[in-house]
Design a protein around this ligand. Structure first.
Ligand SMILES: Nc1ncnc2c1ncn2[C@@H]1O[C@H](COP(=O)(O)OP(=O)(O)OP(=O)(O)O)[C@@H](O)[C@H]1O
Length: 307
C-alpha cells in the first residue's frame, strides 16, 4: 500500500492504516447527470484496486454539508458525485471539520464547471484510477459573506436567472433551462446599479462576478489563473440592457469578455458589492440571497484529486 501524505491546511500527517484507501462517495441522485450504473463501475474498479468504498445517496439538500462538517467523518477521500452546488456544500462543510479529507469529484452536475477547470476524467475507470493514484492539487476558494465559493460569487442578471430557473425545467432541459429563463427574465427585469469597492478602488456597474476560477457557466473563460491558483478576479460589466447583454454574451462565447467595451477584469483581495436595494446573488451556481456581499480571498486550501 502506498503512503499517502496529508496536503490540507493542517500540518502534514501520514494517513493511518485504517484510513488508507477508505473512500466515501456522496452522490446526489437529483443532480442533472446522475447515473447509478456509472457509480457502480467506479466502486467496482476502486475495490479491484484495494480501496474500501462506500456509496451514500443524499436524501435531502444540505446533507453533503452535514456529513462533511461532522468530525466523526474519517475517510481518506470524500468523493462528491454531483454538480458544482454539491461540491460547494462539501467545501462549506469542510470548514467545520478539524481534519477534512481529500476531495474528489464525479461530475454528475448540469454544468460541471469545476470538472472542466481541473480537466477531470469522465469515464468510471479513469475516475477510479485518479482516486486511487491520489495526486492532489490545492483547491483555493474565496468567501462571500463567510460562505466559501470555488467558482464564483456574483450579483446581477445571472444571479436573478439562477434564482428564477424552475428546478423541474433544469432537470428536464439542463443548461437550456437557463437560456429560456434568461430570455424571459431579460424582457421584464428592472436593472439596478451596483457599487463595487475593491481594495480601495470604487467601480460602478450592473453586473459583478467575483471569480475564483478561470471558467464561467461552462467552457467560457472570464479570468486568468484558475481554482488551483491563489487569487480572485472581479469581472464588472457597466451595462445590462438587452443589446449590451447580447454583445457581452458574444464576447463571452469568443473568450474576449475582458476586451469588451464597458467590461473590466481586476485582481482583488477584498471587495464589497452593494446597491440601493437588494440585488440577487449566487455562489457556485446556486441562489445565495442578495446584496450586500462582502467578498474576500483566503489562503486556506483543500486538497483536490486531479489526473
Ligand atoms: N437528495 C436531494 N434532494 C434535493 N436536493 C438535493 C439532494 N441532494 C443534494 N441536493 C441539492 O441539489 C443542489 C444542486 O445539485 P448539484 O450541484 O449536485 O447538481 P446540479 O444542480 O445538476 O448541477 P449544477 O450545480 O452544475 O447546476 C445542491 O446544492 C444540493 O444542495
Amino acid at each position: 500500500m502506498k503512503i499517502c501524505w496529508w496536503s490540507g491546511p493542517a500540518s502534514p500527517r501520514t494517513i493511518t492504516p485504517d484510513l488508507a484507501g477508505k473512500v466515501l462517495i456522496m452522490a446526489n441522485p437529483t443532480s442533472g447527470g446522475y447515473r447509478a450504473e456509472f457509480l457502480d463501475e467506479v466502486r467496482k474498479r476502486l475495490e479491484d484496486l484495494g480501496c474500501r468504498t462506500e456509496i451514500r445517496l443524499t436524501r435531502h439538500a444540505g446533507e453533503i454539508g452535514e456529513i462533511c462538517s461532522d468530525p466523526s467523518l474519517q475517510v481518506k477521500t470524500l468523493v462528491v458525485a454531483g454538480g458544482d452546488g454539491s461540491i460547494n456544500e462539501a467545501l462549506t462543510g469542510f470548514q467545520d471539520h478539524p481534519q477534512p479529507p481529500e476531495l474528489a469529484v464525479i461530475p454528475f452536475g448540469t454544468a460541471n464547471v469545476l470538472a472542466l477547470e481541473l480537466s477531470l476524467p469522465r469515464t468510471p475507470g479513469a475516475i477510479a484510477d485518479m482516486i486511487f493514484q491520489g495526486k492532489t492539487k490545492p483547491l483555493h476558494f474565496g468567501l462571500a459573506n463567510g460562505r466559501p465559493f470555488v467558482l464564483m460569487a456574483s450579483t446581477g442578471f445571472d444571479a436573478e436567472v439562477v434564482h428564477a430557473v424552475p428546478l423541474t425545467l433544469k432537470r428536464r432541459l439542463g443548461k437550456l433551462a437557463y437560456v429560456i429563463t434568461a430570455l424571459k427574465a431579460g424582457l421584464t427585469r428592472q436593472s439596478t446599479s451596483l457599487t463595487i469597492d475593491m481594495d480601495g478602488v470604487q467601480l460602478k456597474g450592473k453586473f459583478a462576478v467575483a471569480s475564483n476560477a478561470r471558467h464561467y457557466g461552462g467552457p467560457f473563460v472570464i479570468s486568468p489563473g484558475g481554482a488551483t491558483d491563489p487569487g480572485l478576479h472581479m469581472l464588472v460589466l457597466e451595462r445590462d440592457d438587452p443589446w449590451s447583454s447580447f454583445c457581452y454574451g458574444i464576447a463571452l462565447l469568443l473568450g474576449r469578455i475582458h476586451k469588451a467595451r464597458g467590461a473590466s477584469v481586476t485582481p482583488f483581495k477584498t471587495a464589497r458589492i452593494s446597491a440601493d436595494g437588494p440585488v440577487a446573488a449566487q455562489v457556485d451556481g446556486d441562489p445565495f440571497g442578495a446584496t450586500p456581499l462582502e467578498i474576500r480571498q483566503t489562503d486556506k486550501t483543500v486538497p483536490v484529486l486531479v489526473p
